[in-house]
Write a protein that binds this ligand. Structure first.
Ligand code: NAG
Ligand code: NAG
Ligand code: NAG
Length: 432
């Protein structure tokens, strides 16, 4: 299996991805890797050997997405409508999806009442927006000890951010359900927490390999007022290229409302492990030309819903690319020292000081690793990222890490003295 994954990654980096250029290019490559990472991080998501075989890149669609031969918008609509009808009929014939219980109705009113009760607010609107961060990790121990330690650092990083910003945190380590294995568990957890916490306004899902690297930056929630879901991604990649890598479902914000309940009820039925997940994967591959084969994954499922019913789903999803709602670690972590010298946290969220750094493809918790990276490189860079973030927390108390690769801390004064001494020593050496 590991060998197959390696083969699958290589062509993705080469020719098949050339249409995407610029800053976003490497990110898009990374999205594929994030998904591969998910296989191992939860240890439950098994790819069969044909998954992500990109030699089949164009077979899902009768006409290419680019060039003079490409489908007209009308043809795309027809193409998708036929697939969608087939999928609905298929799911209608299959074992009904019952994990979420009966469909939730009148949720917006239920929430208002709950908020009125808990806050005395007559409008049923929270005086201050309430957010809950959800994250989840493998129920078993990692293959290597450093992996467990890194998970711990990752959760501490999230705790720190949440504490500073008054965000609630839910951490799951349970294996929730035999059929909702892998990252699909996010749909289950989100639905469960939404129902349990009607008073929360937004839920914020974050994969365990994503790290806050700007501890001061806050979500620009005012931008999302008319939307119910936010992810890092690009409209053209999702709606024109119909790319399953047009967004990243590893980090998302979802509003607690009836629309989101409905979305989860439309999304999760693609997930039951086994025949349904396998078969739904075929529908997804027909609709998303760059997907290759393989069982249904949560990210493709979401892109599918957005493009087949843009009015209902897509129009309420904000694809953010003005800052790193999540950013690809490889293009960021080696520049931390440079960022510290030139910029400040809390303002940009982008290359200058990334908000969230996502260690896609790192699989620090288990053996299988992307051939491009080594476990060491991943662990070194993750360590640097958590210390980079931790410095922003320690600053409040007058401390700093001795270096980004060191867990040891010292007072900022001592650090200043040390740098001053070092520069004096360097100067006198030069003078000699
Ligand atoms: C699903 O099945 C039900 C009952 O058999 C039927 O009423 C409904 O129209 C079907 N829906 C679709 C999309 O085929
Ligand atoms: C709501 O109002 C009642 C009566 O004025 C008061 O006793 C209670 O403490 C208030 N609750 C909150 C959460 O403000
Ligand atoms: C830093 O240097 C100043 C001036 O030489 C000295 O007074 C101070 O004790 C030093 N602080 C530390 C923590 O070394």
């Amino acid at each position: 299996m590991k060998e197959d994954n390696k083969k699958a990654i290589a062509p993705m980096v080469e020719d098949s991805w050339m249409p995407f250029r610029g800053r976003s290019f490497q990110n898009r490559v990374a999205y594929g890797m994030c998904l591969i990472a998910a296989i191992c991080t939860l240890g439950l998501f098994i790819l069969n050997s044909s998954t992500l075989d990109l030699s089949t890149l164009t077979s899902g669609s009768p006409k290419p997405v680019y060039g003079p031969q490409k489908m007209t918008p009308e043809e795309v609509r027809e193409h998708l409508a036929v697939i969608d009808k087939g999928l609905h009929e298929y799911l209608n014939r299959s074992k009904p999806f019952t994990k979420f219980g009966l469909p939730v109705v009148g949720w917006d009113e239920t929430r208002k009442q709950a908020i009125r009760r808990s806050t005395n607010s007559s409008s049923g609107v929270n005086p201050k927006t309430r957010i809950m961060l959800i994250t989840s990790s493998h129920p078993k121990k990692c293959d290597n000890k450093q992996g467990d330690q890194m998970l711990l650092k990752s959760i501490k990083n999230k705790l720190d951010y949440c504490r500073i910003h008054g965000i609630e945190l839910y951490y799951n380590m349970d294996k929730i359900d035999d059929e909702m294995l892998g990252w699909w568990v996010k749909t289950f957890l989100t639905h469960m927490l939404m129902k349990e916490h009607p008073e929360i306004d937004w839920f914020w899902w974050m994969d365990s390999d994503a790290i806050f690297t700007d501890m001061t930056f806050e979500l620009p929630l005012h931008k999302y007022e008319n939307y119910n879901m936010v992810m890092h991604g690009w409209d053209d990649a999702v709606y024109e290229k119909r790319s399953w890598l047009g967004l990243n479902a590893g980090v998302f914000l979802i509003r607690n409302c009836q629309w989101s309940m409905d979305l989860l009820h439309a999304w999760a039925p693609m997930s039951p492990k086994g025949k349904i997940r396998d078969d739904v994967g075929k529908f997804l591959s027909k609709a998303l030309p760059d997907r290759g084969k393989g069982e249904a994954d949560d990210q493709s499922g979401l892109v599918y819903l957005m493009i087949t019913d843009r009015e209902r789903w897509g129009s309420k999803v904000y694809l953010e690319s003005s800052y790193y709602f999540q950013g690809y670690w490889k293009v960021l972590t080696e520049k931390f020292e440079d960022m510290m010298a030139k910029y400040k946290p809390g303002i940009y969220g982008d290359d200058r000081w990334p908000f969230v750094t996502h260690f896609c493809g790192c699989e620090f918790c288990c053996g299988a690793i992307n051939p491009e990276y080594t476990v060491d490189r991943c662990l070194t860079q993750m360590e640097r990222a958590v210390n980079f973030a931790d410095n922003q927390v320690l600053e409040r108390y007058g401390f700093i890490h001795k270096s980004l690769k060191s867990a040891e801390v010292e007072s900022r004064e001592a650090a200043k003295n040390r740098t001053a001494k070092a520069s004096v020593a360097a100067k006198s050496k030069k003078a000699v």
